[in-house]
Design a protein around this ligand. Structure first.
Ligand code: ARG
Length: 405
């Protein structure tokens, strides 16, 4: 990599990305490392992270506030897509990666860097997401991935860092690997590596345990316009605020914990704990409103495409032709997703109590009712069923004929 002089590094403040700084300079002969830390609403001390990068030898340390685009351009599309990887994980980490990659590339252009770098290991999904996103946004930019190449154990990494004045992580007591942002937390490693071991209560921060959650249920109302959540209990909220509010409400009642065995892009199964209270609540409510406002065939196809979309995002293909095309389909479906959903939060549950739409409900009482107001033409059913079942009757008759001869 002889010619690399200036690198923009995706920086988190953790040991791995900190060690990347002296490592890039020493082992790759990089002159200037510019650290970039993204504020995704994780509530970290970003000023101290800024200083950490300088202490580790960065020539410049930038913090970028990406909370609003993160929620508006990444979380909201995921809600409209009811995005759940393998039917369960709402992609809280995955959604942040293309945004960070995008900003990394922008900064690289601004400062005239000849490469970008990240501290992802070779076992995870994040390396795939960063590399693919950067590769499609800026094919000419080199991507340097020290942590994928250095082959150091965690202990060796810490020791390497200490040689360059990077303090060993103080919280030796936390054996977990954690990623967090406004959408949620992902927790791996430590005792969680045993799929049979239940997650200790200490790993959770955004959600209460069932024991600690209120004994009284709380009923709330979530309003949507064109598939976007816009209000809770009648109070209109900006996208970022509605996520915060949903996090607090759902978290308080212990809703939004996920414990799964997940299939990574690189082919391994891993045990993942997530807490994504607000996002999961909003997806659930959104899904419910769609059941009232979208036709059966649109719902059916959309649910298949949702699975595709979630797979793409998980696997790092945010910037891809299929994602783009699917967005077109989803976009077209969402204009009618207007209305509200009533949800009861109680002891780890979000129970749907009701859904309504004054403008777009496809539920027709005169068709559905069993009372005397019924307008449905019962007699038409007979002719419909005659034709609907015709192929089955022909097939069965043929089989009988074959058996008898
Ligand atoms: N398994 C999750 C995902 O792929 C979480 C990854 C967490 N990343 C991390 N660097 N700790 O989205």
């Amino acid at each position: 990599m002889g010619s690399v002089k200036k690198v923009v590094l995706a920086y988190s403040g953790g040991v791995d990305t900190s060690v990347c700084i002296p490592y890039l300079k020493k082992e790759y002969g990089v002159d200037e490392v510019i650290a970039f830390a993204a504020d995704l609403g994780q509530g970290d001390e970003l000023q101290s992270i800024r200083q950490k990068a300088i202490d580790a030898g960065a020539s410049k340390s930038l913090v970028g506030d990406l909370v609003q685009p993160f929620i508006e351009d990444f979380a909201f599309p995921a809600i409209r897509a009811n995005a759940l990887y393998e039917g369960r994980y709402p992609l809280s980490t995955a959604l942040a990666r293309p945004l960070i990659a995008h900003r990394l590339v922008e900064i690289a252009r601004e400062v005239n860097a000849d490469a970008v770098a990240h501290g992802c290991t070779g076992k995870g999904n994040d390396q795939v997401r960063f590399d693919v996103a950067i590769g499609s946004l800026a094919p000419d930019l080199k991507v340097i991935t020290p942590a994928r190449e250095w082959g150091m154990s965690r202990e060796e990494t810490i020791a390497y860092g200490e040689r360059f004045g990077i303090p060993a992580p103080v919280s030796k007591k936390s054996p977990y690997s954690i990623d967090l942002n406004l959408l949620g937390r992902s927790i791996e490693a430590g005792s969680l590596e045993d799929p049979m071991a239940s997650p200790p209560e200490e790993v959770f921060e955004m959600t209460s345990s069932i024991d600690q959650s209120p004994d009284k249920p709380q009923d709330i109302e979530i309003s949507f316009e064109a598939g976007n959540p816009v209000a809770i209990n009648g109070e209109r909220l900006e996208p970022v605020s509605i996520i915060r509010k949903a996090n607090i409400l759902a978290g308080k009642h212990g809703f939004g914990r996920i414990d799964i065995i997940e299939n990574r892009v690189v082919g391994i199964k891993s045990r993942e704990i997530y807490e994504t209270p607000g996002l999961l609540l909003l997806i659930k409510a959104h899904q419910e409103l769609e059941s009232l406002t979208l036709s059966a065939d649109v719902l059916r196809l959309k649910s298949q495409l949702e699975r595709e979309w979630s797979d793409l995002i998980y696997k790092g293909l945010w910037f891809s032709p299929l994602k783009d095309a699917l967005d077109g389909f989803f976009e077209r479906t969402q204009a009618v997703v207007n209305g509200l959903v009533r949800v009861r939060l109680y002891k780890g549950n979000a129970i749907i109590l009701g859904r309504g739409s004054t403008t777009n409900s496809l539920y027709m009482p005169s068709m559905a009712t069993y009372s005397s107001d019924d307008q449905f033409d019962h007699k038409s059913a007979e002719g419909f069923i005659y034709i609907w079942g015709l192929p089955s009757r022909i097939w069965a008759a043929t089989k009988r004929f074959q058996q008898q001869n």
